[in-house]
Design a protein around this ligand. Structure first.
Ligand code: AMP
Length: 573
């Protein structure tokens, strides 16, 4: 492997890299830096997040800036605010010993006038999200006429997020003879189209196969009943006291509710999603970065561009819809030479999705079991002992209390004392996991009989009716409830009668006076809804709707819906 010196980087930047503790180039830097420093053409590089790509384009870009000119010479486009901030911060680090480099980042959700002032003060490098840049262009607040280097970072993400039009209109407003460098984790059709239309004979640099995931990441999956995913998540967390994770959900609401459930259960977790204000997002990220939070629960969009070191686990509480999203999610761990785990906690019906990911990404997913109570207690105990052994005792400070403490504890034997100290923290786990059931689904018997439980049925929460479905659920609102004489058993009978489905297809039922919510497995949801088209109950028209919606004006409807969704995560191990 070569050194940074041998790549032809100038001394001031080499010094900055030494300051940062970068000892040798990463593979993407080794391949792209010489090419970008010496060549004149465009480049398309396939590189995941965490591979050192910011330096790969940042260093050669900085080398090309003429600091005597107070014009914007380099433009970097990135999909999110977080990524923009991170890129400019990295540039500032690389340019620490260069004089006259001024980097300005512009993105939505922040004061545009401050950003305009930043540009007017003589920016020569601008890092921007496409939307905000368009806004600035439309106000005539930015001149891209002197840009000689345009960089598209995470191009696939920008296209996924619908920035295609913005990208093309931005690139149209930059000089034709500029150099364009495109970095993308995946080579989608849309990325190819941009490369074809906006780049000239671009050199392609690949770090391996196109959609291949980062090799420093171990891909694992655990299979449980879909409704047990929350319990399984808690077990994985409890079994690994050093876990520092990003947990992915598919929707903002699920993200928020999962974080709330975790917090309620005593975990340090918080959510980040698009409904939060920029300030709230910053606060959450600050707490996560400083490790006051053990878990960041995130949507795909909100997590883009997050660069936090030492993330030990990326946990897929919901599998993503797209292969590319899986690559982006798991790229949040295993960064900068570290290893990480990308763990999918899936319901039985999602096993095929893992197989698809394996095929498309050409990576192996190892099956792991959800830890049982004994394993969790043992790991917690060992961690506790480790802490006792490694804790630094401040002899001076404690000595004045020691006589009193010894006197107080004089009656306890050494053994008693050890037991008590350990029990202080350990009791919680013992209590929680005493008689904990096995959450793993026995996949072998599942394969033989996919509709069978595959293991001895576990004691369920008292839902009052037969076993519910294992797969993903959607919730149905219906305008009948206890006032109409329903209890759960009657409701289930009524539902089965109308829809022709069996008890297996229904999940939780929440009955209110005038209306109810019912979980129906996703596979049969639309079919079931269709059966209520002309339904009447005791002369009253029966109305159904998915989840919330506009079906009712009941005041506590929203709160009930929230409660209902929360109940999905409820339960004890
Ligand atoms: P990036 O892919 O640019 O987001 O970089 C991922 C992480 O790797 C960042 O935290 C960088 O600071 C770090 N990094 C980049 N290049 C190197 C290097 N040559 N040696 C050590 N760490 C690096």
């Amino acid at each position: 492997m070569s050194s940074f010196e041998s790549l032809g980087i100038r001394a001031e930047i080499l010094r900055a890299l030494t300051d940062l503790g970068f000892e040798k180039p990463t593979p993407v830097q080794e391949k792209t830096i010489p090419l970008l420093l010496t060549g004149e053409g465009d480049m398309v590089a396939l590189a995941q997040t965490g591979t050192g790509k910011t330096a790969a384009f940042g260093i050669p870009m900085l080398e090309r800036i003429d600091t005597s000119q107070k014009t914007i010479q380099a433009l970097v486009l990135a999909p999110t605010r977080e990524l923009c901030v991170q890129i400019s911060r990295d540039f500032e680090h690389f340019a620490k010993h260069l004089t006259g480099i001024k980097v300005v980042s512009v993105y939505g959700g922040a004061n545009i006038r401050d950003q305009i002032r930043g540009i007017q003060r003589g920016a020569n490098v601008v890092v921007a999200t496409p939307g905000r840049l368009i806004d600035l262009l439309e106000r005539g607040a930015i001149d891209l006429g002197h840009v000689h280097t345009a960089i598209l970072d995470e191009a696939d993400e920008m296209l996924n997020m619908g920035f295609q039009e913005d990208l093309t209109s931005i690139l149209d407003r930059t000089p034709k003879e500029k150099r364009t460098w495109l970095f993308s984790a995946t080579m989608s059709r849309e990325v190819r189209r941009i490369a074809k239309n906006y780049m000239r004979e671009a050199e392609e640099v690949s770090m391996g196969e196109g959609n291949k995931a980062n090799e420093s990441i171990q891909h694992q999956y655990a299979v449980v009943m879909a409704r047990d995913r929350y319990l399984a998540l808690k077990r994985f967390v409890d079994a690994d006291p050093n876990l520092f994770a990003i947990v992915f959900c598919r929707t903002k609401q699920d993200t928020q509710e999962l974080a709330e459930s975790l917090t309620k259960d005593g975990y340090n977790a918080d959510a980040i999603h698009g409904d939060l204000s920029q300030q709230q997002r910053d606060r959450v990220m600050e707490r996560y970065r400083s490790k006051s939070l053990q878990m960041l629960v995130a949507t795909d969009v909100a997590a883009r561009g997050i660069d936090v070191s030492n993330v030990s686990h990326v946990i897929h509480f919901d599998l993503p819809g797209e292969v590319e999203s899986y690559t982006h999610r798991s790229g949040r761990t295993g960064r900068a030479g570290k290893t990480g785990i990308s763990l999918s906690i899936i319901g039985v019906r999602d096993v095929f999705k893992v197989r698809n990911l394996e095929r498309q990404l050409k990576v192996h997913f190892s099956y792991v079991k959800v830890p049982d109570g004994a394993e969790i207690c043992e790991r917690q105990l060992l961690t506790m002992i480790g802490k006792i052994k490694s804790v630094k005792v401040d002899e001076d400070a404690i000595s004045r209390y020691m006589d009193a403490v010894e006197l107080d504890l004089a009656d306890l034997t050494r053994e008693d004392l050890i037991k008590r100290v350990v029990s202080l923290e350990f009791n919680r786990f013992l209590k929680q996991y005493k008689d904990a059931r096995d959450l793993n689904v026995d996949m072998a018997s599942k394969d033989r009989n996919p509709r069978a439980g595959g293991q001895a049925r576990e004691p369920r929460e008292k839902s009052g009716f037969g076993r519910s479905s294992d797969g993903p659920m959607r919730s149905m609102f219906i305008n009948i409830g206890t006032k109409d004489g329903f209890d759960k058993g009657k409701m289930l009978g009524y539902l089965c009668g109308i829809t022709g489905l069996t008890g297996q297809n229904f999940g939780r039922i929440l009955l209110k006076d005038m209306y109810s919510f019912i979980d129906i497995d996703s596979e049969h949801f639309d079919e079931a809804m269709g059966h209520f088209k002309n339904a009447n109950y005791k002369g009253r028209k029966v109305r159904v709707d998915e989840g919330g919606g506009a079906a009712t004006g009941a005041r506590d409807f929203k709160a009930d819906k929230k409660k209902f969704n929360k109940a999905r995560y409820a339960g004890v191990a």
